[in-house]
Design a protein around this ligand. Structure first.
Ligand code: SF4
Ligand code: FE
Length: 489
């Protein structure tokens, strides 16, 4: 397995093409707006080296028998599924951000089981391709971006009816040794920080969408592939001197637009190529795994938010107020409810035909549906406890300024220190750090990961409601009612 340092160095060796603010960024690894997101992924490598976390962070590969990072593992049991969620909670606690590496893990678990069933029906050899690909990923301990979301253009039209065929990733040329693809994937988490991308269709498809019903892997620096970096709220604070105003200097999330401009994909990296009737299965399985994931990662970030709110109360001297205690209980209740859903859909998992384990689809969708709501309430309560200071406090440069403003010769820094100190023993600087952290996670760049991603990541709320409606067994429930009520006897 790679160390965190080796992971960062491995990114430098790639010829990944990244554009930010309209320009190509050559040394993107050290770019102050990008580096925090790399540090987050690096944490998935660092913790795997820590003996305290070996059981959570590593697993034994069913493909090679070697010990591997759990982020490259095919889940072999419900215990593996539970450990995955616990690992994600741990990483959320350590970074208070999105650590990005889960999408690849969720993608190849879904592609593994789906390709098995495609091959069974069509006599193709996609499953072998995926196994060979995955052994390479496991042995080299690489990070994979799971790429699903197409731009989609006019949402009322299927891929083949769009004015611009590139609005869904598709095949533009078939060659004896592979395919050439065009299109793009939107808001791709961790895509710049990945070694490989694993592309999947974004929705169920019909017969006329064959050219769009494709799944394949390609290296992050493949010829014709480039990425345009997505902005986050308050992201340019990372370009300022100092480290307090960012709120979380070290860690952050990342999304980018991944563009495929006539990229050649050799046959051995193709996992679906026109078998349109399996597109829906692949989407549903990937989405299910990623909706389970949110019952871990968002809970870990929630732990940090709750801790920060409790500290803010202490710094203000109000921690004994009954309404504050009650708000912290409510936040904990909401957070642990999300965790319960993540654990429940894992415990109720079952083996696929291919042998890896899949979560309970209904419970995973209920998990994610709750995630679309509860972090918002947790953030509301955190803001309530923190007070307005989290959005009105002067900046780091004011706190360290030695410009004289007071009649007694006090500097701006001293005045800030005097008026923003909390209860005795709590420095204004510590309070400033805490307020900026809460600002970051509730409203700033980390809010992408904790709030808006909670809503739209792994599918927007309505996508879960569609699955809940399908999986909810309404007919069975009606039968239960009829039987007890004696209807139809
Ligand atoms: Fe992982 Fe959560 Fe980020 Fe998805 S949102 S990649 S599950 S940390
Ligand atoms: Fe996500």
């Amino acid at each position: 397995m790679m160390t965190a340092k080796e992971y960062v160095e491995s990114l430098r060796r790639l010829k990944t093409r990244v554009y930010l603010f309209g320009e190509k960024i050559d040394n993107w690894v050290d770019h102050p707006m990008i580096r925090p997101s790399i540090n987050c992924v690096a944490m998935t490598y660092a913790l795997a080296q820590d003996p305290r976390y070996e059981d959570l962070m590593t697993a034994v590969s069913n493909l090679t028998g070697h010990r591997i990072n759990r982020f490259t593992h095919l889940h072999q049991s419900t215990e593996d599924l539970v450990k995955k969620v616990r690992m994600q909670r741990l990483l959320g606690q350590k970074t208070a951000s999105c650590f990005q590496r889960c999408v690849g893990m969720d993608a190849f678990n879904a592609v593994f089981s789906t390709t098995y069933e495609v091959d069974e029906r069509h006599g193709t050899r996609y499953h072998n391709n995926l196994v060979d690909f995955l052994i390479m990923i496991q042995e080299r301990d690489l990070t994979v971006d799971g790429a699903m979301t197409d731009p989609k253009g006019d949402r009322s039209l299927p891929p083949h009816k769009q004015d611009d065929p590139d609005l869904f990733v598709h095949v533009v040329e078939r060659r004896p040794d592979g395919i050439v693809v065009c299109g793009a994937k939107c808001h791709q988490t961790g895509s710049v920080n990945s070694h490989w991308h694993l592309f999947m269709p974004t929705m169920a498809m019909g017969e006329n969408d064959r050219d769009w019903a494709i799944s394949f892997a390609c290296p992050a620096d493949a010829e014709g592939l480039y990425m345009i970096y997505g902005r986050q709220s308050c992201d340019t604070r990372k370009l300022e001197d100092g480290c307090i105003d960012t709120g979380n200097t070290k860690f952050g999330g990342q999304e980018a637009l991944v563009v495929l401009d006539h990229v050649f994909i050799p046959s051995e990296y193709i996992f679906l190529n026109g078998e349109y009737e399996f597109a829906g299965m692949l989407v549903e399985r990937f989405a299910g795994y990623h909706r389970q994931s949110y019952g871990g990662c968002k809970v870990g970030v929630g732990d940090v938010v709750i801790g920060a709110a409790a500290l803010a109360a202490e710094y203000n001297g109000v921690e004994k107020a009954s309404h504050i205690k009650d708000k912290l209980v409510e936040m904990t209740h909401l957070n642990e409810t999300l965790y319960s859903c993540g654990i429940a859909c894992s415990c109720e998992g079952c083996p696929t035909k291919a042998g890896n384990y899949q979560i309970d689809l209904l419970l995973a969708n209920v998990c994610k549906q709750n995630v679309t709501r509860f972090p918002y309430e947790i953030v509301r309560l955190a803001e309530d406890i923190a007070g307005g200071l989290m959005v009105t406090m002067p900046g780091e440069k004011d706190f360290s300024s030695d410009t004289v403003v007071g009649s007694g010769g006090e500097t701006i820094g001293e005045i800030c220190g005097k008026y923003f100190a909390g209860r005795p023993g709590v420095s204004a600087r510590d309070r400033q750090k805490l307020m900026r952290f809460l600002e970051n996670v509730c409203l700033g760049s980390a809010a992408v990961g904790y709030r808006t991603e909670s809503l739209h990541g792994a599918g927007s709320p309505q996508a879960q409601r569609v699955v809940i409606a399908r999986q909810g067994d309404m007919r069975g429930k009606k039968e239960l009612a009829k039987r007890i009520a004696g209807i139809g006897n």
